[in-house]
Design a protein around this ligand. Structure first.
Ligand SMILES: Nc1ncnc2c1ncn2[C@@H]1O[C@H](COP(=O)(O)OP(=O)(O)OP(=O)(O)O)[C@@H](O)[C@H]1O
Ligand SMILES: C[C@H](O)[C@H](O)[C@@H](O)C(=O)CO
Ligand SMILES: [Mg+2]
Length: 487
């Protein structure tokens, strides 16, 4: 049986075909396209119709390759949503989470319901763009004509099949689900004037969504395509696709964001987790994604966009490696880096404000980003160990960022952990594996992960250079706290 993963991240989308061959999982990328939001009148939107079109182009490629029988799973980035009217039409364009309208919404909402209570209820980290805050800022006129609120992957599934569901791994990131009752939280819904009936019924990864609507997609249709509900939040699929084994592993899903955390069989909701802003998003098969959003490779993507010359990511790594020493300490998780006008100028301005050397060259900029990212990774690993009281032995870095050898080695050196880098398409792989488990081709998650280890190249990095990580992390902490005081 052939399976197709539709995996759409914030910077790129792809359709990846997966099948078993000689006891191994073999994948083939059949279509890739760029993704990104557009800014009109200072408002940031996704082009959802473009995404749908690209999915159809990918299906056409599959058909050209001779496939006519497959299952299909869709995952995308999280927290954004689509409002649908009574006719199933979009009420408005789909906002990007980087839109500035929610910049100060957490403060507004938590005046009514304190952070501690929201965290006790949801176990979800406070990010300015969680769906809760986006819906809080929504135009009431639009909400009045809204029949359904759907996440982006669920909406794309609806466009293909006509079936509406609320898949739980994406839904949990809304910060509207109660982690204790496992239902929508009425008090949170009241804050945004919505009722639970406006959300389609819950569905879990592995359930069947339905066949492609033939009447709508007659030219693109593979005659027997069935859409399977996968872990539709791309991070949840990436974690399914991470070949961790045992109890002592952590992961970084490294793409536009870096999602660093552990898989837990129960939510971890306590004071320390709240203080350090860790989330308990729901994962596939009853797991929890205890993790933290780190700003990730978005920073280098934006530097690349603003450079006059065209650089590729290999060149950034090459140039960064030439400069060994860390010259700046920057808290890239500060909200000023979420969507600045010009990332290069924002970094330089931060350095000016903090009396640090200003990075100018491509190598200096890349080194400063990659080094600080590795420091944040090492610090976060320590935080998780402190919160859980358990030590981590292996760190799996998956996603496009796993190709960054400089960050991989530096993270090993700074954290003292063994790093396993790859697969770089862990998200698409996790998407495919859920389809395979659903079709009884694989028995369970553990077997799926063994299959990944057996099928893909995973590169190991041992801590080698003795870096005074504690002193570097201390310097970073000091620089950050000085900056906090300056605010
Ligand atoms: N050859 C390379 N060397 C180093 N880094 C690379 C290379 N190729 C890609 N990357 C990194 O991978 C990132 C993109 O990763 P990926 O394709 O997993 O992201 P995505 O799926 O679009 O985003 P999301 O996090 O939303 O899923 C780039 O920003 C870049 O930093
Ligand atoms: C906002 C991000 O999309 C989200 O938190 C993250 O999990 C993601 O989807 C990364 O692709
Ligand atoms: Mg991705």
């Amino acid at each position: 049986m052939i399976h197709i993963a539709v995996d759409i991240g914030a910077s790129s989308g792809r359709l990846v075909l997966g099948k078993m061959e000689n006891g191994k999982l073999v994948i083939e990328e059949i279509h890739r396209f760029a993704n990104g939001f557009t800014t009109q009148n200072e408002t940031c939107f996704w082009d959802i119709d473009h995404l749908l079109n690209e999915i159809l182009k990918g299906l056409e490629s599959a058909k050209k390759l001779g496939y006519d029988h497959c299952t299909l799973g869709i995952d995308t980035w999280g927290t954004d949503y689509v409002l649908l009217d009574d006719n199933g039409h979009r009420v408005q364009e789909v906002f990007s989470y980087r839109d500035k309208r929610t910049e100060n919404t957490i403060e507004k909402v938590t005046r009514t319901l304190p952070k501690e209570i929201i965290y006790q209820k949801t176990g979800i980290q406070f990010l300015s763009f969680n769906t809760l805050y986006q819906l809080y800022e929504e135009d009431i006129k639009n909400l009045k004509v809204t029949r359904n609120v759907m996440t982006v992957p669920d909406y794309l599934g609806y466009c293909l099949t006509g079936k509406k569901v609320t898949e739980v791994t994406s839904a949990s990131s809304m910060q509207l689900l109660n982690v204790n009752t496992k239902k929508f939280d009425e008090e949170l819904l009241n804050l945004i004037a919505l009722s639970k009936d406006q959300f389609p019924p819950f569905a879990n990864p592995g359930e069947r969504l339905g066949k492609l609507m033939k009447e709508r997609f007659s030219t693109f249709d593979l005659p027997n395509t069935e859409v399977i509900i996968v872990a539709s939040h791309d991070t949840a699929s990436a974690i399914v696709g991470s070949p961790g084994n045992g109890e002592k592993w952590a992961y970084i899903s490294s793409g536009t964001w870096s999602l660093l955390g552990i898989e837990s069989d129960k939510p971890i909701v306590n004071e320390l987790a709240l203080k350090n802003n860790y989330t308990n998003e729901w994962g596939a098969y009853g797991t929890y994604r205890f993790l933290k959003n780190i700003i990730g490779m978005w920073v280098i993507q934006e530097v690349r966009r603003h450079l006059k010359e065209d650089y590729n990511f290999e060149q950034f790594v090459y140039e960064a490696e030439k400069i060994k020493v860390c010259r700046q300490f920057i808290n890239f998780n500060d909200k000023r880096f979420l969507n600045p006008e010009n990332m290069i100028q924002e970094i330089q301005q931060y350095c000016r404000e903090t009396n640090q050397e200003i990075p100018h060259t491509v190598g200096e900029l890349a080194n400063c980003i990659f080094t600080n990212m590795s420091i944040i990774y090492a610090m976060s690993i320590r935080q998780i160990e402190e919160i859980t009281g358990k030590s981590i032995e292996q760190l799996h870095i998956v996603g496009g960022g796993a190709k960054n050898e400089f960050v991989n080695q530096l993270t090993a050196d700074l954290s003292g952990k063994t790093i396993y880098a790859g697969p770089t398409e862990a998200t698409a792989i996790g998407n495919i594996l859920v389809q395979m488990i659903s079709g009884n081709e694989i028995s369970d998650l553990q077997t799926a992960r063994q299959l990944i280890e057996h099928s893909f190249l995973i590169k190991k990095y041992e801590p080698k250079e003795k870096i005074e990580s504690s002193s570097l992390i201390e310097k970073f902490k000091q620089a950050i706290s000085m900056k906090e005081e300056c605010k």
